[in-house]
Design a protein around this ligand. Structure first.
Ligand SMILES: Nc1ncnc2c1ncn2[C@@H]1O[C@H](COP(=O)(O)OP(=O)(O)O)[C@@H](O)[C@H]1O
Ligand SMILES: [Mg+2]
Length: 278
């Protein structure tokens, strides 16, 4: 057991007050979170609060620990051999790293979308039915209803309603990614973690998926890793910059999107977004 975290030793240039209104209850909270792989510390001392029904973009150079950090939020990091997480992570106020925490429930409440679409090698319909059944939804009429609604929610229904029994892997990359989002949404999550969800897609599909992510804000708390600063600016409410300066990745700045781009405080953020202003 890792002992409870002490209060942060320092507050990054981010100051939470720039992001969360005083008294607002965050949906996701990380307190002094570190991630190591064996001896290699990938993420150190990240403290951040993520507001409800907002899109937060995680940006920063490759290798600065964005994926590692994301993995702590649904405990996917538990599955990586040699990976150790320290600190406290809470989702909707509950400590998800507490002993005996309901992991199956967590994976339902915190959905994950990866860079490369990963539909099951099953039919379109079965991709949605399978997780629903796993999570105890058995009523056939209800299952059919959720399948249709989930596909409608990602704008895929009209495209696939006549090929529900065709293999999901026969869909285009963009359609597969939207199916993966539908699969996560079918379980009615609170939080969606997206790790570069558009970067393996052609520009047109990427635009369609980006528009869809923008619409999710109304209902879900979304954390999205993106290398595309223009995309972060278009869809995110807040932006968090991670950086590894020859050491572990740290959170450098977390600010509302406009402030992040227009009045960044940390010199690293100024340099990072500087390219955009050029
Ligand atoms: N499974 C792993 N085993 C060992 N080292 C890893 C593993 N995954 C990531 N790392 C290391 O952790 C650091 C952060 O990686 P990652 O979280 O993937 O960064 P990002 O997503 O920002 O590119 C890198 O130095 C990377 O090499
Ligand atoms: Mg990554």
């Amino acid at each position: 057991m890792i002992p409870p975290a002490a209060p942060p030793a320092h507050t990054p240039a981010s100051t939470q007050s720039r992001v969360l209104a005083a008294g607002a209850r965050p949906m996701v909270e990380a307190q002094r979170v570190s991630v190591r792989y064996g001896k290699h510390v990938a993420v150190e001392d990240v403290t951040v609060s993520i507001g409800r029904q907002q899109i937060t973009a995680l940006v920063g150079p490759s290798g600065c620990g964005k994926t590692s950090f994301l993995g702590t939020l649904n405990r996917l990091s538990d599955l990586i051999p040699g990976c150790e997480v320290a600190g406290r992570v809470s989702v909707d106020g509950e400590d998800i790293r507490a002993r005996g925490f309901d992991l199956v429930g967590l994976r339902r409440r915190v959905g994950m979308i990866f860079q490369k679409p990963n539909p099951f090698p099953l039919s379109v319909r079965r991709n949605l039915e399978f997780p629903l059944r796993e999570h105890g939804v058995r009523d056939r009429a209800r299952v059919a209803e959720v399948v249709e609604q989930s596909l409608r929610n990602v704008g895929l229904w009209a495209e696939v309603k006549d090929r529900l029994d065709a293999p999901a892997l026969a869909l285009s990359g963009g359609q597969q990614q939207r199916l993966c989002i539908a699969r996560a949404l079918a379980l009615e999550p609170d939080v969606l973690l997206m790790d570069e969800p558009c970067s393996a897609l052609d520009p047109l599909s990427s635009g369609v998926v980006e528009d869809l992510i923008g619409q999710l804000r109304a209902q879900y708390t979304v954390l999205i890793v993106t290398h595309n600063l223009a995309q972060a600016r278009r869809i995110a409410d807040n932006v968090a910059l991670f950086w590894a300066q020859g050491g572990p990745g740290r959170l450098v700045e977390h600010a509302p999107t406009e402030a992040f781009f227009e009045s960044p405080r940390d010199p690293l953020t100024i340099a990072y977004v500087g390219g955009l202003r050029g």
